[in-house]
Design a protein around this ligand. Structure first.
Ligand SMILES: [Zn+2]
Length: 54
């Protein structure tokens, strides 16, 4: 135990992206010119008309 230390901050590409909706830095999607975490993306996608994206 205690052998491996997980990184504090995950970096995706260049710089850290934050969700424009909830501010989460976890798994932010940058498709379609929007910056949202997976969860927010699903909700917004439905609003935008993407019914079954995943
Ligand atoms: Zn979010």
């Amino acid at each position: 135990m205690g052998k491996f230390k997980p990184p504090k901050v995950r970096r995706y590409g260049s710089g850290v992206r934050v969700c424009q909706r909830c501010g989460s830095r976890d798994a932010v999607i940058q498709k379609y010119g929007i910056y949202l975490c997976r969860q927010c993306f699903r909700e917004v996608a439905q609003e935008l008309g993407f019914r079954k994206y995943m």
